[in-house]
Design a protein around this ligand. Structure first.
Ligand code: DLL
Length: 433
């Protein structure tokens, strides 16, 4: 099923023409309404009319998270406050949070792209869908909520927390789909087991998971424990929220709603655009945003774009799963490591829970990496020999994937802190000193 065939299956040439027209209009709009962009363009000797086609996008300046912080709170807003009907904020852990504002039309487009995503997952008006992304300043809750409503399915605004009650509702209200972070889905599976609820008692069939990186192995684990099919949904508040890209039934990359969000992948060092298939930093231009449009926003997310029409019929370009963010890549003894690489190894071992923490430290000027991982209750034993053998197997496998020796620490079930929102997998003690 396709929600908006006209846009989602548009011939490439036509799409590029549409993007060019929208970009041309956008650049004039920000030039006249956002002093920050006008100044930047003037510094570069650029006038709005220099941007005519989508290929001209490379002439435009980039925008970074720091620019948003420097212009806190409303400096990048293009629409007058009388037109802004909603504000969200990202959970900045350091410095000012980033504030985003939406006009009524922005909200309608956001609901549309969310509806496209849910339709691609197979959600219909017959479904009852619970949203367990946090409701509030985070875009996950309200973003998914209005997408479900716009589609015409029934939305259950469960939010996070109250997991036991939520699980009972899933059973009693015949909830067929759920949206939450993949780590919260795992937490729910754990709770279900503790409560003695079997997946067969639930009618779940579709999960819309995102807001953090996750691996294929994690997908299998969630699907098996909850008895549903899990789909990836990607987005970020600066660009709109969830719904920037989504997986279709082929599950071979996520289609970007590129009639609204124009993607580029650049080399984060040289800032030069990279061709299809090459991994770099994902950059978005919001082609239709009115509230707070952004030119070439650097997401810090690492991925590559995939060429060619998808078997599902959509022509919307696809992006590969996010392998991590430029800023959560760990450099340990000069080797680049992403938490997702560790996750995928851990999930290969049936003796382990999908719960882990990477602890990086520096001892005698040498970086150390400890991987803490939980052993499943049925495998946890007093037999030291068996535990040592398991530890060695994991360390060997990690070494072959990461190209670096790590200390593996097996910990008891339930000892690593669970997350209901985005999970935290790294403690870098080097940064604390
Ligand atoms: O996380 C929006 C969202 C909500 C997306 C619900 C999907 C579902 P922010 O809080 O601004 O917005 O965080 C955005 O989260 O730059 C990525 O690093 C990461 N991220 C989001 N979705 C995915 C995904 C929301 N599917 C940041 N896979 C982004 C990997 C993701 N990383």
């Amino acid at each position: 099923m396709i929600w908006n065939k006209n846009k989602e299956c548009m011939p490439r040439e036509q799409m590029r023409e549409l993007q060019g027209k929208r970009l041309h209009k956008l650049v004039a709009y920000v030039y006249h309404n956002v002093p920050f962009y006008r100044n930047k363009m003037q510094e570069m000797d650029l006038l709005p009319d220099d941007i005519q086609t989508i290929d001209d996008i490379v002439k435009l300046p980039f925008t970074t998270k720091q620019d948003l912080r420097d212009n806190y709170p409303y400096g990048l807003m293009a629409a007058p406050s009388s037109e802004v009907v909603r504000v969200h904020a990202s959970s900045g852990t350091t410095g000012n949070p980033t504030i985003v504002g939406y006009t009524r039309r922005d909200l309608a487009i956001w609901a549309e792209v969310m509806t496209r995503s849910l339709t691609a997952f197979g959600v219909t008006r017959e479904d009852t869908f619970s949203v367990s992304y946090g409701y509030g300043l985070f875009t996950g809750g309200l973003g998914a909520h209005y997408g479900v409503e716009n589609l015409g399915a029934t939305v259950i605004p469960a939010s996070t927390g109250n997991t036991e009650k939520h699980l009972r509702l899933i059973r009693d209200l015949h909830i067929t789909g759920m949206a939450c972070t993949p780590s919260y889905a795992l937490y729910m599976a754990e709770k279900m087991e503790q409560m003695g609820i079997k997946k067969e008692e639930l009618g779940l069939r579709i999960g819309a998971f995102g807001a953090e990186p996750w691996t294929e192995n994690m997908r299998k684990e969630i699907e098996e424990s909850l008895g549903l099919k899990g789909y990836n949904i990607y987005g970020l508040s600066e660009i709109t929220g969830p719904g920037v890209s989504f997986e279709c039934q082929e599950q071979h990359g996520s289609h970007i709603n590129e009639d609204h969000f124009y993607p580029e992948v650049i080399d984060p060092e040289t800032l030069q655009p990279l061709p299809f298939g090459q991994t770099g930093e994902l950059v978005f231009t919001t082609l239709t945003k009115e509230g707070m449009p952004l030119l070439r926003y650097r997401t810090k997310d690492l991925t590559y774009l995939m060429e060619g029409t998808c078997k599902c019929g959509r022509t919307l370009v696809r992006m590969a799963p996010i392998m991590g963010r430029c800023d959560d890549m760990l450099i340990v003894r000069g080797i680049n490591i992403f938490p997702t690489q560790v996750e995928s190894v851990i999930l290969e071992f049936k003796q382990l829970e999908p719960q882990y923490m990477l602890v990086v430290d520096r001892k005698n000027n040498l970086d150390t990496l400890e991987v803490q991982v939980e052993v499943r209750r049925d495998f946890f034993t007093d037999d030291i020999g068996a535990m040592l053998a398991l530890k060695k197997d994991i360390a060997n496998r990690l070494k072959s994937v990461l190209s670096i020796g790590v200390d593996v620490k097996l910990v008891e079930p339930n000892s690593i802190v669970r997350s209901q929102g985005k999970s935290k997998h790294v403690i870098d003690k080097r940064k604390l000193v």
